[in-house]
Write a protein that binds this ligand. Structure first.
Ligand SMILES: Cc1cc2nc3c(=O)[nH]c(=O)nc-3n(C[C@H](O)[C@H](O)[C@H](O)COP(=O)(O)O)c2cc1C
Length: 403
């Protein structure tokens, strides 16, 4: 995955710098060429000799080195890389990056680069939580700097919390993911995927839900990201890990899901795989409903939820170029899906049988009928992961972006 990729690793001054030695090994094992820049503070934590031995290259430390400047030059150093990785990224270097400073070799290279930058912050938990650090992070994120970690755990300073540098393999995964995404067939496209059930509160402790596990929606989001799309996954409550490499927005109710979808627009592709409740409880109680002797059993009055698929399918400047819905049916699967396609105004429907006997909800496999205005295509029973991949392949080959 990283064969031939040129990584410029900037090691700043933090305890976690020792992990960057392992990071060099992991990147090189995967075929990357690693060149390193050490800040002055970084040199206090790892020696240029160790870094040089592991990169099998010169280590760059000094902005005003006559020989380095003659041989390579700081601008070349930043341009002769495919990606810049700052690991560990100290609070100090993040602040200097956010401020656009260029007062040493590392920050000059970071300011002069035209390449993507990934930073792995590592610092004491209070330094991490300080509003100054958080606002620097926000500035950097807005500018497109990718951030990995930090993780939560025991810190070298004896405290506990977020601030530990992401593990070398997590950083490698992020770098690999970046290269995969940058070259995939959907690179540059934005995708919105909804997944999971919604929970509609009855009172603060009870809710109406359904049996959707989110596995199919999550698998589609992962497949889109693997093909290079920039994915926002809006998910109801599920028992699944947040997939790496995409933006996950957790929501509870259908109304929250619609709002999150609208905030994620514009998008080129929308896949509505969530099992959105059709109704919510009209007047959800603010306090837990109590059972009392002699009192009548409460009756729940329901109100209709917004129709997310129909809303996203409405024509207008923000309508995604392709809108795909799901029809979860327990009878007349294809006929219902064809009616739904016409009613909602979406482009394609993936129809599936969710009868308990079939085991689609919560299971690993799915049998899909792809319903389009041109007809119906019956897919074989596939793993949900493969359904995701096949759908993405269909979007690539037959969707609006096909040549
Ligand atoms: C023992 C020790 C450990 C440190 N660990 C960290 C750290 O983990 N993260 C951090 O942001 N700063 C840490 N610092 C402070 C930085 O080294 C200091 O802010 C330095 O100016 C960073 O410079 P640089 O960003 O140019 O590398 C530490 C300082 C000392 C003395």
């Amino acid at each position: 995955m990283l064969r031939g990729k040129r990584v410029l690793l900037i090691i700043s001054g933090g305890i976690a710098a020792y992990k960057s030695l392992d990071l060099i090994r992991r990147l090189r094992e995967r075929g990357a060429d690693v060149r390193a820049v050490l800040t002055r503070a970084g040199e206090q934590f790892v020696t240029p000799l160790s870094v040089s031995a592991l990169t099998e290259d010169k280590v760059y430390t000094d902005l005003f080195s006559l020989t380095d400047e003659a041989e390579m030059g700081h601008i070349q150093l930043s341009r002769n890389a495919d990606v810049l990785v700052v690991a560990p990224a100290s609070a100090d270097i993040l602040a200097r990056m956010a401020a656009g400073m260029a007062n040493d070799l590392a920050t000059t290279v970071l300011l002069a680069t035209d390449k993507p930058v990934l930073a792995a912050p590592a610092m004491n938990v209070r330094m991490w939580q300080h509003p100054a650090t958080q606002s620097n992070l926000e500035v950097l994120r807005d500018r497109g700097v990718m951030i990995v970690g930090p993780n939560e755990g025991d810190m070298a300073c004896g405290e506990y919390g977020p601030g530990r540098m992401a593990e070398p393999l997590e950083i490698v995964a992020e770098v690999s993911n970046f290269f995969q995404t940058a070259s995939g067939p959907l690179a540059g496209r934005r995708a919105l995927v909804t997944s999971g059930p919604t929970h509609e509160p009855i009172d603060p402790v009870r809710y109406i839900a359904n049996r959707s596990s989110g596995r199919q929606g999550h698998a589609i989001a992962i497949a889109l990201a693997e093909a290079g799309a920039e994915v926002t996954l809006v998910t109801g409550p599920v028992d699944l890990p947040e997939p790496p490499g995409l933006t996950t927005v957790p929501v509870e109710t259908a109304r929250e899901m619609l709002a999150a979808c609208q905030s994620a627009l514009p998008a080129d592709i929308a896949v509505c795989a969530a099992a959105v409740a059709d109704w919510h409880v009209a007047d959800a109680a603010n306090q837990k409903l109590k059972k009392a002797d002699g009192q009548a059993t409460p009756t729940l009055a329901l109100s209709e939820n917004p129709d997310i698929l129909a809303t996203l399918s409405k024509s207008g400047p923000e309508r995604p170029a392709v809108v795909i819905g799901f029809a979860a049916e327990t009878e007349d699967v294809v006929a219902h899906a064809q009616a739904k396609l016409a009613r909602k105004g979406c482009d394609w429907i993936l129809a599936n049988d969710v009868s308990p006997a079939v085991g689609t909800f919560g299971g690993d496999r799915n049998t899909i009928h792809l319903v389009t205005p041109d007809g119906v295509e019956d897919w074989p029973t596939l793993s949900k992961r493969d359904v995701g991949r096949r759908l993405v392949q269909t979007i690539i080959e037959r969707g609006p972006f096909a040549e």
